[in-house]
Design a protein around this ligand. Structure first.
Ligand SMILES: Cc1ncc(COP(=O)(O)O)c(C=O)c1O
Length: 380
């Protein structure tokens, strides 16, 4: 173990791998058994740690992994060569050869990609696996749906390619069910005339699961957020899945002190104390992942009590009001930024709202200096 891994904790993330495994099983239990589970583990598994998360999801029975880039795909390949890996982001021309070297599936959106990947497959004497992506209203990757059939035919005719799936991506599944239904219909129409035999047909991200039809042509889902126990929006009917948060975020009290009424707190003097106050200086700031934009709004849990942050969040420290916290607060005490303490919870949605952002971004914003500690790692 490295010395830094043995140091006392100042600001850290806890990842509950047993909860991750339970979540996958709970989500699966809501889906027909024929539906394959594509675990979306890009961006270091949404900040949870790719090797640890992928290893546990392999154990829990994920069918396929979706990542953004070759480096992430290689991390999965270091764990196992058995699982299919789909690259969700575009492959750059100087990355093409890795598709063959590491047996990775590429997303195809254009005739140019078909030509490039076909050439790699032919040169390798082994077809490159591809999923054809159809743009049904996201306006990002994928061929615009009216041109999907031509690319499908081109892939089928390319000896250096093996078509393994056809998919689309919803732009607003968490906020606009009507537009999601429209995208689903456009996708189904684009599939007409394609032979789906042996193909993975997928569209649903976490929020898509709210409206996914249990029957029909879809036979895979691509789930990111929900597998980490986070709902795509606060009123989501996916609460019925009972997935639990895998991630919690913690820090400690670095200093306790009394300040008189009228004192201004932190940079820029944006906050003045209205009363004589007891404050705690926490050992975490925006250098760890407490967004500066949450200044004046953020709260933390100390002794099971919500404590408001005072003034601006700074790089390494955040100041909170502990005047109303019962019992003593001492240097070194644990503080919850996201998670539960004494029956009170700060959810990741709440933490994200304070920073005017979304849970996905919060998870990707916990910085490199924050160690991830894995609970229940021995279940594998
Ligand atoms: C193409 C694609 N599919 C699936 C997902 C998973 O989405 P979610 O985290 O909402 O489940 C993402 C995430 O951004 C994505 O980009």
């Amino acid at each position: 173990m490295s010395i830094s891994a043995q140091l006392p904790r100042r600001c850290w993330v806890e990842i509950d791998l047993a909860a991750l495994e339970r979540n996958l099983k709970l989500i699966r239990a809501t889906l027909p058994p024929r539906i394959k589970f594509v675990a979306v583990v890009k961006a270091d598994a949404y900040g949870h740690g790719l090797p640890q998360v992928a290893a546990r999801l392999m154990h829990a029975g994920a069918d396929l992994f979706a990542v953004a880039n070759i480096a992430e795909a290689m991390t999965i390949r270091e764990l196992s060569t058995d699982w299919p890996v789909l690259l969700l982001s575009p492959v750059l021309p100087d990355e093409d050869r890795y598709l063959a070297d590491y047996d990775l599936a590429a997303t195809v959106s254009s005739a140019e990609e078909i030509r490039r990947f076909d050439a790699v497959g032919r040169a390798a004497g082994q077809p490159i696996t591809v999923h054809l992506k159809i743009d049904t209203g996201m306006g990002r990757l994928g061929v615009w749906h009216t041109g999907a059939r031509a690319l499908y035919d081109a892939i089928r005719a390319a000896p250096g390619l093996r078509l393994a799936g056809v998919f689309t991506h919803f732009s607003s599944a968490d906020e606009d069910p009507a537009f999601t239904a429209e995208q689903r219909q456009i996708f189904l129409r684009a599939l007409e005339g394609m032979d789906p035999t042996g193909l993975l047909i997928h569209a649903d991200n976490s929020a898509g699961l709210e409206t996914t039809p249990g029957d029909g042509v879809f036979n895979a889902v691509r789930v990111g957020l929900l597998q980490f126990g986070i709902l795509p929006h606060p009123h989501s009917m996916l609460a019925r899945v009972h997935a639990e948060p895998v991630f919690s975020f913690h820090t400690r009290v670095g200093l306790v002190k009394e300040l008189p009424a009228g004192t201004s707190v932190s940079y820029g003097r944006t906050s003045q104390l209205k009363r004589d106050s007891r404050v705690a200086v926490l050992t975490a700031g925006y250098g760890d992942g407490i967004a500066r934009s949450s200044s004046g709004r953020a709260q933390v849990l100390i002794n099971g009590r919500r404590c408001p942050a005072l003034g601006r969040v700074t790089m390494d420290q955040t100041i909170v009001d502990i005047t109303d916290v019962p019992g003593e607060v001492r240097c070194g005490d644990s503080v919850v930024l996201v998670g539960r303490q004494g029956g009170v919870e700060i959810s990741i949605q709440e933490f994200s709202n304070w920073a005017d952002t979304i849970a996905w971004e919060t998870l990707c914003s916990v910085t490199k200096r924050v160690p991830r500690h894995y609970r229940n790692a021995s279940g594998v």
